[in-house]
Design a protein around this ligand. Structure first.
Ligand code: MSP
Length: 546
């Protein structure tokens, strides 16, 4: 058992019939950065991702490909694992809803809810959206002319004998919880949206589907434990993953989750249905449900028909040219964390890369290590007790950045946390420009001053690299290594970020450029987004699964 406080972060579990793309990678990347930050901060972290496999679409896709549903699921779950490996994600587990460890526990939760009367048998009449495998309310159906609000396909009127979850019974408790915990639903705009909808009234929701034994798609899923003529609705099955994975004696300390990271499309399930089910199960509620917005590309929504999805081949092309950490950096700092969508535009990618990485941390590191190489034979100079110089109180400056980063991470401001590392780097640049150590170097009498300046620069950059480590683990580990400061196991953020960690005399190595400058005139590495005004030659090749 660990005495360190637990931190549990989750991503949605992804539909296994889709190929991994920027959307899946993005949510998982934000979770990865949060997990890495928290590990560095000394927390006992559990980071979960995985795949949602009991959708009817899995069966139809499998049939189209001439394989069994589980073979199809195996194959595609593997594609997600590989994609997440390529992105350098550090998840502690990968749950698949077809695994016995999940299925057994889901049956247990359903039994418990039936025993309390929170799940009961009744009749349901409603508008079914076959393309999304969900019912839409009468109001939504009417508003969209009885077509799917997502895909525009015809809705179908369905009557079903179903098991229901008594959602209506939890309306007041849920509202009270949301009110008492302002950090529970984030960002604020999403909370207001959800609260508005809850106030219109919560109705009980079906949690099962009757099985048509002659239809393979209808048979696919977890059966209701007391009634094998029904299977558990895929969304209910899927939500339980967050709990089922840690509902073991070794992992129970992780519940409740601190952070469920999701996209805005699946907010209702996470902000309303899931918490109410947890209340019915008498389990604690997660600390925060954070719903980010969407990536679009070159100003246009990404869609299969436009063929402009940023899929793995596209991400791979960017990784190939700019490096994995540059891609991670772009997604993390320019992504749709707030309530508005974010545009993945090639020109912006290059601009941010050059500003933050090539001309930012990369240039600062090479400038400072160069001077230490030249003037001190590559050995870290001794500041001789000086910590404040030329209007820069370095322990205070670096301390404020480190503290700021931690505070922002705690409040789920991931992009803001990373900007602290960049801000610290800029302070170093400003300091070098103001003090001009290359001029001081010409005056032997000012050798101590030169040593102090370069110590301050190197030490501030070491701390900046630490703050950037969760976003860019490989490059920043490399940089810290060059500064003889690779974090050792067991060292926590508090120790590491303290001013003075860098020992005088330690080797400061220059090495290759961390982020070579990018040429803004070069075409996008994957040929660009189809239809983004690049010219007909760029059209083929960037589609799904190339
Ligand atoms: N299986 C359900 C989730 C169940 S969780 C208990 C599901 N899966 S999904 O494969 O469709 O993935 C949805 C998630 O992918 C979104 O919530 C979001 O995290 C991510 N994204 C999909 N497209 C996206 C963008 N264009 N931009 C950003 N993220 C988006 O829904």
């Amino acid at each position: 058992m660990s005495s360190r406080p637990a931190y549990y972060v989750t991503t949605p579990i992804y539909y296994v019939n889709d190929r991994p793309h920027i959307g899946h990678c993005y949510t998982t990347l934000v979770a990865d950065a949060a997990a890495r930050f928290m590990r560095l901060a000394g927390r006992d972290v559990f980071f979960l991702t995985g795949t949602d496999e009991h959708a009817e679409k899995v069966v139809t896709s499998a049939q189209e490909h001439g394989v069994s549903p589980i073979e199809w699921a195996d194959r595609n779950a593997q594609a997600f694992r590989e994609a997440f490996g390529e992105m350098g994600f550090s998840h502690d587990d990968f749950i698949r809803t077809t695994e016995p460890r999940h299925i057994g526990r889901v049956e247990g939760y359903i039994r418990a809810l039936q025993a309390t009367g929170d799940i009961y048998l009744g009749d349901y009449v409603g508008w079914w959206d076959p393309s999304q495998e969900e019912y839409v309310t009468e109001t939504t159906a009417r508003e969209h002319d009885y077509k799917s609000p997502v895909t525009g396909r015809e809705l179908v009127k369905r009557t079903e004998r179903n098991y229901f979850f008594r959602l209506s019974a939890y309306q007041d408790r849920l509202l009270a919880h949301i009110e008492a915990n302002p950090g529970f639903l984030r960002p604020d705009a999403r909370r207001n949206e959800v609260v508005g909808r809850i106030r219109q009234g919560l109705q009980d929701v079906p949690v099962s589907r009757a099985i048509d034994e002659s239809d393979a798609a209808s048979r696919w899923g977890i059966r209701m434990p007391e009634d094998p003529s029904h299977r558990i609705y895929v969304w209910i099955d899927a939500l339980f993953n967050y709990l089922s994975t840690v509902d073991t004696p070794e992992r129970e300390r992780f519940w409740p989750a601190d952070l469920h990271l999701i996209g805005k499309d699946i907010l209702w399930f996470h902000a309303v249905i899931w918490p109410c089910m947890l209340m019915a199960l008498q389990r604690d509620l997660p600390g925060c449900v954070y719903a980010h917005s969407y990536w679009i590309r070159e100003g246009r929504k990404m869609s299969k028909s436009l063929g402009n999805f940023i899929d793995m081949p596209t991400l791979r092309a960017y990784v190939g040219r700019y490096g994995l950490d540059a891609v991670r950096w772009h997604l993390l700092t320019q992504g749709p964390l707030g309530a508005t969508d974010a545009d993945f535009a090639h020109a912006k990618f290059v601009e941010v890369y050059n500003a933050d990485l090539a001309n930012g941390i990369g240039n600062a590191a090479s400038r400072v290590s160069n001077m230490i190489g030249k003037y001190f034979d590559g050995a870290c100079p001794d500041p001789k007790g000086v910590t404040s110089h030329a209007g820069h109180d370095w322990p205070a400056i670096a301390g404020a950045c480190a503290e700021g980063a931690l505070r922002r991470i705690e409040s789920a401001d991931f992009a803001g946390a990373l900007q602290e590392g960049i801000a610290l780097t800029r302070r170093v640049d400003g300091y070098v420009n103001a003090t001009e150590p290359f001029k001081i170097a010409k005056d032997d009498a000012r050798r101590d001053e030169l040593g102090a300046i370069l110590y301050h620069c190197a030490e501030a950059l070491r701390i900046a690299a630490l703050l950037l480590l969760p976003a860019m683990p490989a490059t920043m580990t490399d940089m810290l290594g060059r500064f003889s400061s690779a974090p050792k196991k067991g060292e926590t953020f508090d120790d590491l970020a303290r001013w003075g960690g860098l020992r005088p005399g330690a080797g400061i190595e220059k090495g290759e450029s961390l982020f070579p400058r990018a040429d803004a005139k070069e075409a996008p590495p994957d040929g660009g987004a189809p239809g983004a005004g690049k010219g007909p030659g760029d059209l083929p090749g960037a589609g799904l699964g190339a």
